[in-house]
Ligand binder design. Structure first.
Ligand code: UD1
Length: 438
């Protein structure tokens, strides 16, 4: 990547990864077909598609629409080699338990951002009447039937809420979930299930009521735009003091970020689905930003904010409250010249730092995106290794940055560097192999 290039222009925000994955799992609950429009073509979605195919689901892509024909689901086992590829594989536990009353699977993987137990997921299943059998490598859950329950989560968990909702759809009677996650991706899952025929009430304040056993029907559903991807472009613009317009932007879901953005000196205008950002006035450090559950500041944007803080005037502090190992990007940022101190759950970032391009490694999806932001701001060339992490969640990040005026290329693509940006993008699309999935 070449740094210090001016960015300007428009970017369309892709469909949400964290909405698409639970909704793909939810499709299994219905012995029929589901069409998901605006589905992001990212590797996590392809992993979920592959697992569904192994279970007997027939899949078909048309552009960004994904058809899932779930009439024949023969299996209920998912090998650890598949589940380890991502955290969201655990969501198949709720839907397979609902559909087959049995699931046998390896433990979920996902980004190494801290301790990620699944105790709350299992607690809900057992309260609904399921039995679990764990041997440390494999997890088997069975149920003669699932009973509707009233359950208050002791801690807010997005995944556990989604799994509880999925199991409740196949339960008997009402399930009432309190202290449930309110993230927009949970709301999207509920909207999808409602469209499928499930009676589900969401008070928007953390209580969900789901009636099990409703008659389900074929459904078409549009995956909402990805708030974290939208936040990525907003923060890239902030680091570069650029003007970037986001099309199909979920602005209301970005309130916590937009509040910070204003504090930094950024200006924005929301009009319909468009979010115009003007970062020319960005300069002020952020005294303290704390991550939290929605509507708090999302932990997924924390590493990216850290990269932006390196460009601000003065000391910024960030407190990470959701995951216990989510400051790993500080090391590669420091290698580039950032002045960051980590103390327990706090990061102190002194800016503005002179960042210099060098060879760094993406350690997880959002840390990888944070390094892209740092590389845009840095002097000279940055090489980011392990960029496959970035591709787990971003469909066209490299192409979009090039369209905005940046210079980024994937090393193993057969690109002639002297070619123009336009030709570069064309070649890259052809060589990624993604289009072969269509
Ligand atoms: C989801 C998102 C991830 C995001 C996170 C927090 C997906 C695929 N991933 O992850 O991008 O960073 O929400 O917004 O949607 N916890 C327990 N026990 C459990 C489950 C969770 O203690 O059984 C803890 C976790 O360790 C963590 C906190 O709860 O500290 C929040 O995790 P959770 O909301 O479950 O995150 P995920 O669903 O894994």
């Amino acid at each position: 990547m070449q740094g210090k290039r001016e960015l300007q222009g428009e970017v369309a925000v892709q469909g949400s990864k964290n909405a698409a994955l639970p909704i793909m799992a939810a499709a299994l609950l219905h012995k029929g077909s589901t069409v998901l429009h605006n589905c992001p073509k990212i590797s996590d979605v392809f992993v979920m598609e592959q697992i569904l195919r192994q279970l007997g689901v027939v899949t078909h892509w048309e552009g960004h629409s994904l058809l899932l024909d779930c009439r024949q689901v023969c299996g209920y086992s998912i090998p650890a080699s598949e589940t380890e590829k991502m955290r969201a594989s655990v969501l198949l536990a709720g839907s397979l338990l609902g559909r087959k009353k049995c699931v046998c699977m390896g433990y979920p993987g996902g980004c190494v951002i801290g301790h990620r137990p699944i105790d709350l997921h299992l607690e809900v299943f057992t309260r609904m009447g399921a039995y679990k059998d764990e041997d440390g490598k494999q997890l088997k859950i069975t149920a003669d039937s699932l009973q509707g329950i009233r359950y208050r989560f002791p801690k807010v968990s997005v995944g556990a809420t989604e799994n509880a909702v999925l199991a409740a759809v196949a339960g008997e009677g009402w399930t009432i979930l309190e202290n449930a996650a309110r993230e927009p991706e949970v709301t999207a899952l509920c909207s999808f299930l409602k469209k499928m025929g499930v009676r589900i009430e969401n008070d928007g304040r953390g209580t969900l009521c789901i009636l099990g056993g409703c008659l389900l029907s074929d459904v078409e559903f549009a995956i909402p735009p990805d708030r974290i991807v939208a936040g990525t472009f907003l923060l890239a613009g902030a680091a570069m003091r650029s003007r970037i317009t986001l099309l199909q932007a979920p602005s209301r879901q970005l309130n916590s970020l937009l509040t910070l953005y204003k504090k930094m000196g950024g200006q924005y205008l929301v009009s319909g689905g468009t979010l115009e950002t003007d970062s020319r006035g960005v300069r002020c450090a952020l005294p303290l930003t704390e991550t939290g559950v929605y509507p708090g500041f999302p932990t997924d944007l924390q590493p990216l904010l850290m990269a932006v803080c390196c460009t601000l005037q003065g000391e910024s502090r960030i407190r990470e409250n959701v995951f216990d190992n989510r400051f790993r990007v500080a090391e590669p940022l420091k290698k580039m010249g950032a002045k960051i101190k980590i103390r327990d759950t706090y990061a102190e970032i002194q800016g503005p730092a002179v960042l210099k391009g060098c060879r760094v490694k993406a350690m997880d999806l959002r840390a990888g995106a944070a390094l892209v932001i740092a590389a845009l701001y840095a002097e000279g060339e940055t090489i980011i290794d392990s960029c496959e992490y970035i591709e787990r969640g971003y469909e066209t990040l490299y192409q979009d940055i090039n369209l905005l005026g940046g210079r980024i290329r994937k090393e193993n693509d057969s690109i002639d560097e002297t070619e123009t940006t336009g030709i570069f993008e064309k070649n890259q699309t052809e060589t990624t192999g993604w289009s072969a999935k269509e």
